[in-house]
Design a protein around this ligand. Structure first.
Ligand SMILES: *Cc1c(COP(=O)(O)O)cnc(C)c1O
Length: 408
């Protein structure tokens, strides 16, 4: 019998990489599930050898050959997740962190260490990303602009251009190719949390840095927090050095769960996207809904504005979970002006299109009819129904929303 050499083609489909990347050595190890290494330290009687390995890491930031010395340098289980994510995003490397915010922090610190503290960014961004840039907590100075203004906003000390697409929470989309051109030699960071590599691979459009809150779709089950930056090995080395020095490491158990999450990522994202597209279509024709936002590239996130009081929709859901975060197997809904984007100044929030009437829903894997029933019942809450359609949404109302009537 002849087995064709082409059984392992050079490029494999994303769905195949999702279940095999980061696991290349398992057959050789004689195991089926990846090992979980919880060691904080690694024994060695060769102190001179350890010194050389520490020097090598300090000067290059390359992953150490052999065991890591200490868990803050590297971890073999987390490294499997990094390898797999880099494969899915089509980058040389990836570096994982304790959370999405720790990942963004490390990127900003790498650039600040080179004296490049100025960031050009497009709103909306995830609320805490906006806050981290705008509050100057890391000495960052930010210029907010629309995509067309990026070129003009660049300065000699600009270290980063940052966009999110589809953006949290409005699902606004950015033309990555055009943005990339405007950046010149300044690294472009794309937060790809909402799209995932299943729907969009920003590195192919020229983004140097692709950031994820791994807490969301990559983990996919609402039980692991993490962040990751997919990029070239040169930038990855700097990120590893910052991670080592500042300590924002991903726990190995989280690395294990994230690798496991990646294996079902394409299936989860495609299934949830099909349901989300269906729900978005139904919401568009619903007279209680003023506006529906759904990305042209698809995805499992929907945002919509109601004529009535959005707090009543949150209070009215029963199957859908009223909670911040996204990307889990179950459907979540939240009110960005109250929660995910609360920390952003109200005027900045509204001018970025985050209306006080906006609700953001992360569609999970439930049956579409069960979700629609829950949603439509929540939309029937008294004030949601009574406010339409004669009383239009008061965009930019500085007083915000009226409190819910008591006792109803
Ligand atoms: C949640 C989120 C983040 C922050 O990630 P954490 O893991 O919560 O730190 C960053 N970007 C986007 C788009 C997010 O949704």
């Amino acid at each position: 019998m002849e087995i064709a050499a082409s059984a392992t083609p050079a490029t494999r489909a994303l769905a195949t990489d999702a279940v095999h990347a980061g696991r290349e050595d398992l057959v050789e190890l004689g195991v089926h599930a990846p090992p979980l290494d919880l060691s904080t330290t690694y024994p060695s009687h060769d102190a001179a050898g350890e010194a050389a390995r520490i020097d090598a890491f300090a000067t290059t930031g390359a992953r150490p050959d052999g065991p890591p010395v200490y868990a803050r340098l590297d971890n073999p289980t987390t490294a499997r997740f990094e390898t797999a994510l880099a494969k899915l995003e089509g980058t040389e490397s990836a570096v994982a962190f304790a959370s999405g915010m720790a990942a963004l922090t490390a990127v900003l610190l790498v650039r600040a260490s080179m004296g490049l503290r100025h960031v050009v960014a497009v709103r909306p961004l995830y609320g805490c990303s906006d806050h981290l840039l705008n509050a100057g907590l890391l000495g960052t100075e930010v210029t907010w602009t629309d995509p067309a203004g990026i070129g003009e906003a660049l300065r000699p000390d600009t270290g980063l251009v940052m966009v999110e697409t589809p953006a949290n929470p409005t699902l606004a989309e950015v033309d990555l190719r055009a943005v990339r051109q405007a950046c010149g030699s300044v690294p472009l960071l794309v937060d790809n949390t909402f799209a995932t590599p299943v729907l969009q691979r920003p590195a192919e459009e020229g983004a140097r840095l692709v950031l994820h809150s791994a807490t969301k779709y990559l983990g996919g089950h609402g039980d692991v927090m993490g962040g990751v930056v997919a990029c070239d090995e040169e930038f990855a080395r700097k990120l590893r050095q910052v991670r080592f020095a500042t300590g924002g490491v991903l726990h190995p158990m989280a690395g294990y769960l994230l690798l496991r999450g990646l294996s079902t990522l394409p299936v989860r994202v495609r299934a949830a996207s099909t349901t989300a597209a269906d729900l978005a279509r139904r919401l568009t024709t619903d007279p209680r809904v003023a506006r529906v936002h759904y990305p042209s590239i698809g995805g499992a996130m929907i945002s919509f504005e109601v004529y009535g009081n959005p707090h009543d929709v949150i209070a009215g859901v029963r199957l859908i979970t009223p909670a911040v975060s996204l990307g889990s197997v179950d459907t979540l809904i939240q009110h960005p002006a109250s929660i995910s984007h609360r920390i952003v100044d109200a005027d900045d929030r509204r001018s970025a299109g985050v209306s006080d009437r906006l609700l953001r829903m992360s569609v999970g894997l439930e049956d579409v009819e069960d979700l629609w029933r829950d949603l439509t019942e929540a939309l029937s809450a008294r004030s949601v129904r009574s406010a339409l359609p004669a009383q239009p949404a008061r965009e930019g109302d500085r007083e915000g929303l009226q409190p819910r009537p008591v006792g109803r």
